[in-house]
Design a protein around this ligand. Sequence first.
Ligand SMILES: Cc1cc2nc3c(=O)[nH]c(=O)nc-3n(C[C@H](O)[C@H](O)[C@H](O)COP(=O)(O)OP(=O)(O)OC[C@H]3O[C@@H](n4cnc5c(N)ncnc54)[C@H](O)[C@@H]3O)c2cc1C
Ligand SMILES: *[C@@H]1O[C@H](CO)[C@@H](O)[C@H](O)[C@H]1NC(C)=O
Ligand SMILES: *[C@@H]1O[C@H](CO)[C@@H](O)[C@H](O)[C@H]1NC(C)=O
Length: 524
Amino acid sequence: MAPKLLLTFVIYRLISTVGLTLDPTDLLRLEVDGHLSVDPSDVKTASVDFGMMNRAEPLAVLHPSSAEDVARLVGAAYGSAHGLSVSARGHGHSINGQAQTSSGVVIEMSASKGVRQWGLPRVSEQSRYVDAWGGELWIDVLKTTLEHGLAPKSWTDYLYLSVGGTLSNAGISGQAFNHGPQISNVYELDVVTGKGELLTCSEEQNSELFHAVLGGLGQFGIITRARIGLEPAPQRVRWIRVLYSNFSTFTKDQEYLISLHGQPPNQKFDYVEGFVIVDEGLINNWRSSFFSPRNPVKISSFGTNGGVLYCLEITKNYHESTADTIDQDVEALLKRLDFIPSSVFTTDLPYVDFLDRVHKAELKLRSKGLWDVPHPWLNLFVPRSRIADFDEGVFKGILGNKTSGPILIYPMNKNKWDDRTSVVTPEEDVFYLVALLRSALDSGDEAQSLEYLSNQNRQILRFCDDAGIKVKQYLPHYTTQEDWVDHFGDDKWTLFSKRKMDFDPRRILATGQRIFKPMAASSW
Ligand SMILES: Cc1cc2nc3c(=O)[nH]c(=O)nc-3n(C[C@H](O)[C@H](O)[C@H](O)COP(=O)(O)OP(=O)(O)OC[C@H]3O[C@@H](n4cnc5c(N)ncnc54)[C@H](O)[C@@H]3O)c2cc1C
Ligand SMILES: *[C@@H]1O[C@H](CO)[C@@H](O)[C@H](O)[C@H]1NC(C)=O
Ligand SMILES: *[C@@H]1O[C@H](CO)[C@@H](O)[C@H](O)[C@H]1NC(C)=O
């Protein structure tokens, strides 16, 4: 369809489906180099996400071929008389429809040919950074930087996520205790604000926009380019898991390990995570095939009598040239820990394979049809002072003995997070991520059903509320503004709303987050 005809069609659909009275000339002026599509398969893709619990069909989908295309569309929506919304979609790995909209256009941010012609990702070896398109996947950023012997420092566990998508949240993994979240490793951004302006921002330039967008849940602008700090890429990884049956010993060791962040590289681990094992049977989960299937590890062999086990997961990066000292360094660190002595599991692999570890599990689950299922995930930041109460109430209480997915738990240092960004964390120097990464199945087993798991999530949140455990949701999801105000706290909410007024006054961006009611739309 010719662009103008197509736009007329979009406007027709807008008027007929949402009942809006648009001034069509607004959008008719829109000319993009990319591709504006109402193709049913594009619309369908944009209407779903990894969570598989929400579905909203956009009126059209834009495949931009430049930041200017993004600016043109947002500018047109901003100028149109009535509430046309615009949602950037990175890789659609949200849980609750955060990248969806039913009253506007979804911009598919994935890197197209058009975007590639701008030469992104582009590495500066001298200044050690990479400029990446906002819709670039982290796996592709990594592949490019490795060609220069460099790599980003702070990661997510899974690399098939977009740069703009994780920077809109925080981007965390086992490196965060040391390097901070991904949003602490950004030097500069290009952002299209809700007014359709394309601005470059950093600590020095448009700094309010810069801080607003980082962890900003897509509310203030669409990231079209991010400049990300790099380090020399390690070649190999020593990957170690050790077990605990005593929760306080487990957290004592985790907290000790993250307190070493200021030490020289050989005197600390590079990655500190952990997980909870409540299921009976074999220690395994979809996150990795770490424990060899030929050498299964029986929980009961650690004498827990059906209790809960905790697994500390740590890594040490190294270069082949320093391989002779790695054993010593690791040994010295392990000596200071109090895990169950017979429970050390070690593996050694190339750096890329470690970073890309979850993708392997994805392929396995996909082959069994277990990937495209509903994911009622719950991610919480829990203050250090209450993590033992959380253990008692949730891991040893509410969860029972079936979790339907991995449960991650690891601490981070708050001083590695920048308070000026939009992200919200607990008011303590150390806080934990607890991630309940569950998959719902239609297996006839009630404990695996979406309803059961969703109820359990509510129960966990209620427990924290009742016990006065001041958790903050990561990848937050609320449906009332009151809950959002609670989430941010009064001061940050004031700042967050002011930033909204400044950068997206018509409230057209990322309405799927359900933070601000769109001005004219009938629904979210
Ligand atoms: C299997 C899996 C593993 C994960 N592991 C981790 C992990 O280890 N650590 C972690 O921190 N997170 C993790 N996540 C969560 C992930 O970071 C978020 O879901 C993130 O939003 C997904 O990125 P996406 O590109 O798919 O974003 P989308 O779902 O497409 O978008 C998320 C939000 O950001 C907005 N947005 C998207 N692109 C842009 C942009 N360019 N500019 C502005 N706003 C934008 C959208 O409108 C939406 O509101 C994981 C998710 C999955 C499914
Ligand atoms: C766990 O270890 C602590 C000391 O580190 C001890 O006080 C406590 O009793 C232990 N708990 C159990 C259940 O053994
Ligand atoms: C798991 O929990 C269920 C329900 O509470 C119970 O019936 C079952 O016996 C438990 N299994 C084990 C191995 O503890």
